[in-house]
Design a protein around this ligand. Structure first.
Ligand code: MRU
Length: 358
């Protein structure tokens, strides 16, 4: 789907290795990293070369092939090494559940192939990883269609936070897929994109995507969101998610929770767009979602220049949790789930639900 939008692919399995668009260099440079080892992939994931929950899932899925090759070459027990490497990959970032979900799903296909030659097993891993990538593209397109239905039909003003677009998925995005689908349906959009401190995914990535797609985008500092809501009266806030618990509480980029409170205060509907692979029904509430803590220097030394004195501490959680009661709807590939979320999530995504064959 990113191909249809004319964006360079976010990630691509090249048969021998994984090619990643280096998102740390955007918007200035469009360069690719060729990833040939599990260590390099984990490093790329931790540095946010590839980021966004569904894209992490796709990268992790292909990464299992690298784990398998390295395990086959090791001196010790290949199965132990495979378990160790896939575990390390699944843990490279802890909040986006798509990463662990995809690694476990691809790893799971090896069981029935144990008696087969190595090439057959590697082909099975590759087929499963490619399936995850293709499914992600289809889920993005469906999320876009369902979400666009929620917007006004002629023109709409929206707000978003971080980047939940083509760069964050294997397809056209989640929150941004809604915008691309609305634009394709003829809606004239104006999007306010929070810059998203400290790593500026909104300013660097969302603004890059939307402006390339011909959507009017205005970048604002995160602390301007309240004023913009009061002055410009957006029709909706649409953001992505990294993990959604069984009760609808949703973890997303730090600052999302604040935006949801502001939306409630100003009477603006606040939507979360996410595929079923982002739901973690093993967690009863958002309080159980692990929140990634990141390095001090992302805040204390942006662009290599000190902006915080050495004597001061820094707190840098990468995500926060928005309580379900602040969310007007969860836009999934299977439709828009409405509150109360526990039963609607269980009915549509839970084991045994008609639309979930798992
Ligand atoms: O730290 P990041 O850039 O990986 O955080 C990404 C987000 O918070 C996105 O909003 C989320 O993963 C949804 S992506 C469709």
């Amino acid at each position: 789907m990113s191909d249809a939008l004319g964006f360079p692919p976010t990630l691509e399995w090249c048969g021998t290795h994984l090619r990643l668009l280096d998102q740390t260099k955007l918007p200035g440079e469009e360069t690719y990293l060729e990833i040939r080892s599990v260590a390099d992939l984990c490093d790329a994931i931790r540095r946010l070369v590839v980021r966004g929950a569904p894209a992490l899932g796709c990268a992790g899925a292909y990464g299992v092939i690298l784990c398998y090759r390295e395990a086959c070459r090791c001196r010790g027990l290949p199965s132990d090494t495979f378990a160790y490497l896939t575990g390390m990959l699944a843990d490279a970032r802890p909040t986006a559940v798509n990463l662990r979900w995809a690694v476990e799903r691809v790893r799971g296909v090896l069981e029935p192939f144990n008696a087969h030659p190595a090439e057959t097993r590697e082909s099975a891993l590759e087929a499963e990883a490619r399936a995850i990538h293709e499914e992600d593209k289809a889920m993005c397109a469906a999320i876009g269609r369902h979400g666009a239905e929620l917007l006004p039909k002629d023109r709409a003003t929206l707000m978003t936070h971080c980047n939940a677009g083509a760069l964050a998925t294997g397809g056209s995005g989640t929150a941004l897929a809604v915008m691309y689908a609305a634009q394709a349906a003829g809606v004239k959009l104006h999007v306010y994109a929070d810059e998203t401190r400290p790593l500026l995914q909104g300013a660097r990535l969302t603004a890059w995507e939307l402006s390339r797609a011909g959507i009017d985008v205005t970048v604002i500092c995160d602390n301007m969101a309240a004023s913009v809501m009061r002055e410009r009266k957006p029709d909706a806030v649409v953001v992505g998610a990294d993990r959604i618990a069984a009760n609808g509480d949703a973890a997303n980029k730090i600052g999302t929770y604040g935006l949801a409170i502001l939306a409630k205060h100003h009477g603006v509907p606040f939507y979360i767009a996410a595929p079923s692979s982002t739901f973690d029904l093993s967690l009863s509430s958002g309080a159980e979602i692990p929140i990634e803590q990141r390095a001090r220097d992302e805040i204390a030394k942006p662009y290599g220049r000190a902006s915080v004195p050495e004597g001061a501490q820094v707190y840098n959680p990468a995500f926060d949790v928005t309580p379900a009661e602040l969310i007007a709807g969860l836009i999934t590939e299977r439709g828009v789930l409405m509150p109360p979320y526990e039963p609607s999530i269980r009915a549509v995504l839970g084991a045994g639900s008609k639309s979930n064959p798992k």
